[in-house]
Design a protein around this ligand. Sequence first.
Ligand SMILES: [Zn+2]
Ligand SMILES: [Zn+2]
Ligand SMILES: [Zn+2]
Ligand SMILES: [Zn+2]
Ligand SMILES: [Zn+2]
Ligand SMILES: [Zn+2]
Ligand SMILES: [Zn+2]
Length: 1745
Amino acid sequence: MAAAESDRDPPSALCSEFLNFSARDTATRWLEAADLKHEVYRHLAVYVPRILCLGPTPGGGGAGSSREEQREELACQLLLLAPLEWFLLGEEPSTGLALLQEKNQPSPLCGHVFKVGEPTYSCRECAADPTCVLCMQCFLGSVHREHRYRMTTSGGGGFCDCGDAEAWNKGPYCHNHTPTANTRDSEADPTALLPADMVARGYSIFSIILKYAVDLLTWDQEDQVPAGLEPPERGDTYYCMLFNDEVHTYEQVIYTLQKAVSCSQKEAVSFATTVDRDGRKSVRFGDFQFCEQAKSVIVRNTSRQSKPLRVEVMHSSVVAHQCFALKALSWLGQVIQYSDGLRRTLCQVGLQTGPEGENSSLVDQLMLNDSKMWKGARNIYHQLLMNSLLMDLKYKKIFAIQFAKARMLMVEENLMKTIIRTFVDHLRHRDLHGRFQFDRYTAQQAFKFGRVQSLIGDLKYVLISRPSQWNDQLRVKFLEGLDAFLELLKCMQGMDPVVRQVGQHIEMEPEWEAAFTLQMKLTHIITMIQDWCCTDERVLIEAYRKCLSVLSSCHLPEGEQPISLSVAGHTVETFRYQVSQDKVSIHLPLYRLLAGLHVLLSRTEVASRFPEQLPLGELSPPLLIELPLRCLVLCAQVHAGMWRRNGFSLINQIYYYHNVKCRVEMFDKDIIMLQVGASMMDPNHFLMIVLSRFELVHIFSSDCRKRYREANKDVVQQNNTLIEEMLHLIIMVVGERYVSGVGQVEPLEEVRREIIHQLSIRAMAHSELVKALPENGNKETGLERVIDSVASFKKPGVTGRGLYELRPEWTKHFNLYFHHYSRADQSKAEEAQRKTRRQNGEDTALPPPRPPPLCPLFASLVNLLQCDVLLAVEGAVLHWAVEPSGGGWTESMLQRVLHLVGVALLEEQQQLENSSGDDDVTFNYTSKITRPGEAPSTSGSVLALLESLQNAPHLEVHKDMISWILKMVSNIKTMRERSCSTSTVAVSQGQGPEEMVRDKDKAERKRKADMARLRREKIMAQMSEMQKHFINENKELFQQSLEELEASTSAPPERSPPGLEPMCVSQVCVGPRRVGGAEPRQLVTCILCQEEQEVRGHGRAMVLAAFVQRSTVLSKNRRRSLPDPERHDPVFMHPDLSMGVHTASCGHIMHATCWQRYFEAVQLKEQRRQQRLRGHTSYDVENGEFLCPLCECLSNTVIPLLPQTRPPDPSVSHPSLEAWLKLTNQQTAVLRYTHRSQSGGVAEEAEPVVPEGFRVDFAPQNPFSSSVSEMVTAFSVSAYKVGLKVNPNEQDPRVPVVVWSTCAYTIQSIGTHTHTYTHTHLRGRADAVCLSERLLMDEQKPLFGSLPCRQDDCLSSLTRFSSACWTSAPVTTTHTHFVRLFTALHPDASAADAPCVLDMDMFHLLVYTVLSYSSVHTLDQSRWSSVDSAHLHLLHLVTVAHLVQILLTSTTEEVCMDQDGAGSQEEELTCQLYDRLRKHLSSVLPEVTSGWQLYRRVKVGILPFLRSAALFFHYLNSTAPPADLLVAGPGQWEALCSYLSLPSNLLQLHQSQHTQLEPLIQRWCCHPGVRRSLQGGGAVVQFPRESNRLIDLPEDYSVLINQASSFTCPRSGGDKARAPTLCLVCGSLLCSQSYCCQTEVEGEDVGACTAHTFTCGAGLGLFLRVRESQVLFVAGKTKGCFYPPPYLDDYGETDQGLKRGNPLHLCAERYRKIERLWHQHGIAEVIGHAQEANQTLVAIDWQHL
Ligand SMILES: [Zn+2]
Ligand SMILES: [Zn+2]
Ligand SMILES: [Zn+2]
Ligand SMILES: [Zn+2]
Ligand SMILES: [Zn+2]
Ligand SMILES: [Zn+2]
Ligand SMILES: [Zn+2]
């Protein structure tokens, strides 16, 4: 790029200008200029292109580019911004700004601008609308903290509303923003306090700069700059600028860039990241042609499937000015922070109307061009708006008026109309009738809806706050808006009509989603418009008129032929129409809006107060109900299976029609419309039309026997379903009265009823209830206000969630035919309700609940219940039911009829109860049902039929309900008789002209009586509830204390696990006195073939499924880098345990051969599967993984079962330590010599003395059959492979070491975690006492007896295996290992490379030496000593070494304490030993006066070692543990020591073998490493090692969100991380799931989390995804799963995805559960199970997280 190179020289030339340039002089010149703008522009024209954007900006961000940036920054400040500041301030800028700041009055508004992901808080009680939010700081200092608040994370860009009194109904100020006494009056003009000339200068310079910036940011010419800015000399220098879009993926962009501008993958990633972040990025710099060429490549490469990426070749001067424009905007934002006066000035400049008149201010121009700008530019100007306009109280209001908020706007701007018109314009496609027509719901359509959606958002914003006061102008504007809206609805009316498909299935699913999307989006708007109408009578009346007239202008149901129907002696005229044959549409928004308004007429009583103003006379009820009825019939027919051939699109539409998101303005309103129609019609006519549309007239009009003649069984069944559906519809029309306005109810009663019915299905979580209620962003569901009155809350356990249960007193409100039940809900609820009734010993009838009274406008609805047509239908069904059903009728049909009868009886009963005696109750169902049936059902009265059905054997299920009905009938009769006897007198009184007046009086009286009764009922209900509550509470109290009493009196049952039968003799597990291993035969059963098999070294091999994994759970040093797999020497484990190998097993045993066959089958299956779809599984077969065939537990190898160790041979002698050391020394010397001579390195050294009977060349016989040997090798190799992450190699000398290490590590992890002490560093004596007491005295778990069976099996087979694994390795390797290990313990001159005593984990050393000794022992043919005595000596030696290790490390912090009382023997001996160590190390060790304390520390420090050793020897030698170790309690220490054959005063070990040990101790101490470590050369591990915990999490989740929101990506310079993720192990915050932080691990790019697991958790990780509130488990690169977070809301639920926004708090138990999983190495298994259960998890690219 030669051109670029030469252009990069100017800096030096510019430097001289730096020195000569004077900002002050420039400013002075400007002051004197006649045309200021001209002068300023000339200055910019010269300097901007010379300073900014010269040449390519390298992608990487190396040192060179940052220096370049600094230079640019400096030049900008000195040459461009400084003159502006001088001009503005008239003096040295720093002085001037400081002066300004003194006079500054900080804004009363917080105005904090939210970063992406920052928590925001809104108050559900006090916020004016849900867009009003607080920042965390303000929230914590506000009253809303105690209210019901909602927490969300910001998408970035909003601001805090604290201090804005209009945003909050209560508590607008937080602690910090509360106005104080010396706050200036907010009305005062802040510019008045500034010098007038400065204000004038400010005004002119702000105008120029803001205009400059606006022009350039909205500039759309690539080659030209705005007038006046032309560069003095114009070069052929261009940028190839790439813009982002929503279509192309990251990968596409990266790939294209690599091709187009031939850059590296890394650079391409960096370009793509910047494009994504800033919205554009120059990818090439050079001459025009050079850039044009890149552009064409990019365009060509990205245009195949979609619109090409946007690329522009821009002249460098354009880019330079645009860069400076951004800097200038930032500068403006900074300057106004110094002075509220200047801020006000800038506001004036920004909002001043420009020369083009309305909407031409600079701010207008910015906002109007918002979508044209690139993201980076948008961010900067948004920031400026927020710093200026939104921080100035006066201008905030003006701004709001200009661009949003509510009715002022509506008045002045006619906004509603404008938005809706624009909206309609956007949906251009119409059919012949002007209805919307949508293409297939493609991406493009979605985009279109994206635009439409923002318009809907605007509309919502306009409508969000209902006016409390109307004026004429507002009415006019609103109604104009409504007109436009009605036009919109008209276009939707009848969208997507469907016709029933017969014969063939439809070929292509018709489009339906777009229409429903639109409907869903408009649902809230429709509701809001109704809310507005509700607040003003005149508007309501006018809206009703308008809606009606638009409706009548729609083409009405097309001209079908008129027909006349007659049923039960009634006749009605209607027309022929069949849903099953003609067109029908689900979209009827106009009817539904009218239905909504009609209800409002009733609710507001406008209908009764101004009947003359309403066009009620113009309504034609049959026309009103026609289309909604068709829609409901369509649903019924779909249920009846008549529309099967119409495919899923119709099913989906029906689903959404009823769904909670749509139903309020669809299904619910259709029911209401039927209620409207029915209340205005003759009920018989209404029902006949219904029958006709259901196509059922013929069944009920003519001879009922005709039904049976119908040949086709399908048709009969279809008709049965239709009859059921029709009956259900009638039930709903007369029974659904919970909409305020239809029935006399409060809005909250509707919500309460909804909840009662949800909870009648089953107990539910809060979130489920929320989902069942219609919610929108502006309105709460009302759930909170009723939930506690109808339900009781059950707290969750460690899993699951909190549940609400319906209180029993509310079950009487249960209605089986609740209109929002689906059929499935209904049958579930029915079952649940019957069950509870049976449990309570009640009958199982589910009669209808008492319905609330209807409003006057709907009062005549009840007549449906007693009209002749319905009675005929009821009679017919009951008549059919006399015979057992042969398909001619159904149980549900009967059940519905019984329900309807019940509703009618309840109605009559209520009317009778409410009549004040002299009333003539017109509703007389009981008398009608006693009339004998008319033709065709000549069978007798409904009542007679019911009586005859009561005892019918085939109607057993309905018996209770029929009895209930008959009882009601007789009750009502009694009531009637009673009232008749009193009212006969009244009736006889004259029915003269006063009748009318009297009626009115009566109605009034009745209304009052009703009210009083309602009040009474309410109070009674409250009282009874309070009582019940009290009783319930006390019940629990009693129960609780009773249980406690029981618990305290009955002793816990004696525990004696069968396998661990304690013995009376003292149990010793190690050394010649050990017991155990005597069990004769061990029988196991293979889970695959079910055969029993004895475990024998020479038998068929039996194996245990096992899972080996690397682990860092015990690590005390997470900074240690992972060992190099090839060179790592595992013979000595460092005490920081930074990485170990863990083995777990589910405990399931198989024949080796059975397992092999199984595994081969798995492999084969996997191969076939991969060929088919290259799918993933939850296990990686290539890595040897499989699932246990019985329990599906993740496994990757098998452990062979080996027989127990034989009991010790009593004939063999037990040499003293001295003798044994001497012998072993000789043996190791011989071995060392032999090995060296074999490897050719023979020195001149003398051949050592060979002890008697020691045969170096002895080849022991393999004790195992080939089948067992093979398995021994198999496990060894897989442990080696996983543990070291290397390729399998049987010959590697490290194989046995890894096996020993996994044995040691697994035991150690149990020894460490069985006691869950919480433990801080030993800081002083108090801590030490406390800790030691806790450890020694009240350990929570005993050492033995608490392990689960499978772990027990795993450890015993692992340990036995480890002791024998040397048999499959070359003998010399094990010898070599033993020699090295022994030398570390017993150093001599030849062992220079042995590690120092501080660098070895003593338990690992013990296990390795013990296990490797066996191979050396076989060489000793003298049979002089036993293996057991060697084990005991090794244990003693290692224990002493550990004592020394503890003493050396425990006193690095100086503690001086007075000794209380005389020292015990233990303390004295401890001091003696410590003094010896000090002698060897002199000054390095501090002096300690308190032997007591020292001894305590030793005891505490060595305990984990002793526990682990006891476990080890227990499993090695199969020695039953003593009784004291099976239960927690005192005496543990003594029992442990005696079990291990150690003195309980451990110091005696040292004391008694003083002469043998002293030289050893001296050599340990003299190792140079000891002195180095103790003098601060590296972290010294102290004992006991604390058990690792997961990091502490804050109680309040928002604290975490806040932390994460300020976390920036460590790689991309200050950018906010999109998916901040917290490592729960070490507390690191990571930038997850993002290109910027991908790193290469083992040749693959992986995300930050995966990369982190490799350093922090050896491939396994536990994270918290902060923004999602989700725990993430990752294992390796391919496996992971999500896990519920330990945070719960007050309803006992997690909020994964942070969607609900309830405050979340830490649940300690759940967090502990996660920690336990981690301690027990159970994460991989959890992942395996999760992936098995949910296949979609397998497909996630976990490695990129
Ligand atoms: Zn704030
Ligand atoms: Zn505040
Ligand atoms: Zn509040
Ligand atoms: Zn088998
Ligand atoms: Zn299993
Ligand atoms: Zn970590
Ligand atoms: Zn990053």
